[in-house]
Design a protein around this ligand. Structure first.
Ligand SMILES: [Zn+2]
Length: 403
């Protein structure tokens, strides 16, 4: 029957509804790109609201699988997702596109720092942090500052929550850390050559209410940032350089000044002169990439700096003294050890020392591997040092996968 046929799409999302909002610019929202870091309770709320607004392209990054305990505060997850061990990022993307079929949501199952190409950070209008650890915030802040993008940090605990907006030149997460907090982060991230058993983040008691209030405030800030640069919307009061704190127990909401921008903070290093190399892709082998870069940059010798990751060719246990060939990026090492029966047993009793490469040059022995195999994600930006100087080169050949 004709009635059963799927209706042709003849409407445009938000037409006649959002157009009543004086500040709302349909094309700006449709063309906007937003990166959502984390697909948990906050990430669910944030992506849901971005989808309802019709934000054209959303990237959602998370490496976790869905568990039954997530269901109490994650509007996009279903019981079957937990039984299927589905990835949070993939389900968030799928369900958000069911809510609004006119947008694109790209899931990235992986680590925010080593598995998301820097090209994506460059391409988005704003980043929304839905994270649950200081280390993750510290690293996300570095990437956003490097790309010159604002990021909106949300946190929830029990009936309370907070939203902070970090904007290059105004405030920076790293500058706001106390000496003690900074030392804790350094202890966890700074051990370059020793593998430690990963301590999982403790579960924080949260409610679906605080997740939806804080997630909604984050999206409201994102909408302001998407609109603000045309000057007409100067009436917006944003939380740039401020913190909003919500206290559910007493129904109070307060705004505090929250800006810290110190001289000589290493996080403020901005990459703004990026060369877009349309012929380069992370699926090329190193031999070809290096030959291309030498001719492209007119250089005799060069080094590729492994900024966010290291390439580990082997690990050595001290008791018993034994070598294991691994050939993986550092970001995959914990999973590798956990999935190997012998290594997993050993990891409780012994320390592994890593043999790794932080810099790839002509002497690198594994030039038959691809950039991706050594830990450089698609659409990333390479930091290349040559006899002529330092260059940042984007793997623009991968851009069509993400733009
Ligand atoms: Zn700083």
């Amino acid at each position: 029957m004709i009635l059963a046929m799927k209706q042709e799409r003849s409407y445009e999302w938000g037409e006649g509804v959002f157009t009543l909002l004086s500040w709302f610019k349909k094309d700006k929202v449709k063309n906007a790109r937003v990166l959502v870091a984390g697909g948990g309770a906050l990430g669910n709320e944030v992506v849901k609201d971005l989808a309802l607004f019709g934000v054209g392209h959303i990237y959602v990054v998370d490496f976790d699988q869905i568990e039954l305990s997530n269901l109490t505060r994650s509007v996009l997850f279903r019981e079957e997702d937990a039984y299927n061990h589905s990835y949070k990022a993939e389900i968030v993307a799928k369900r958000a596109m069911e809510i609004n079929p006119q947008i694109k949501v790209t899931p990235i199952v992986g680590n925010l720092f080593s598995e998301v190409g820097f090209g994506i950070y460059r391409a988005v209008d704003v980043v929304i942090g839905c994270l649950d650890s200081r280390i993750a915030r510290y690293l996300l802040n570095r990437l956003c500052m490097r790309a010159g993008k604002s990021w909106i940090d949300g946190s929830i605990e029990n009936l309370t929550g907070a939203v902070k907006v970090y904007t290059p030149g105004i405030n920076c997460y790293e500058c706001g850390l106390s000496r003690e907090e900074f030392n804790i982060i350094m202890l966890r991230t700074g051990c370059a050559d020793v593998v430690r058993a990963q301590t999982s983040a403790g579960r924080v008691a949260t409610t679906p209410i605080s997740a939806s209030i804080i997630g909604a405030m984050q999206v409201q800030e994102a909408m302001k940032i998407i609109h603000i640069d045309d000057g007409e919307n100067a009436q917006f009061k944003t939380l740039q350089g401020k913190m909003l704190r919500y206290e559910g127990m007493t129904n109070s909401m307060n705004i505090y000044r929250y800006s810290s921008w110190k001289k000589n903070c290493p996080a403020h290093e901005r990459w703004d002169q990026i060369i877009e190399a349309k012929d380069l892709s992370a699926s090329m082998v190193l031999e070809d990439v290096m030959a291309y870069l030498k001719s492209f940059l007119n250089a005799q010798a060069l080094e590729i700096n492994m900024r966010n990751n290291k390439f580990i060719d082997k690990i050595v246990s001290d008791k018993p003294e034994k070598e294991y060939e691994v050939m993986i990026p550092e970001s995959k090492l914990d999973d590798y050890i956990n999935s190997d029966t012998e290594l997993r047993k050993l990891s409780y009793r012994t320390l592994f020392h890593k043999s790794f490469y932080e810099v790839i040059d002509d002497d690198f022995p594994y030039k038959h591997l691809t950039l991706q195999q050594i830990g450089i994600p698609k659409f990333d930006v390479l930091e290349v040092v040559t006899d002529k100087g330092l260059y940042h080169v984007e793997l623009t050949g991968d851009s069509e996968l993400y733009l």
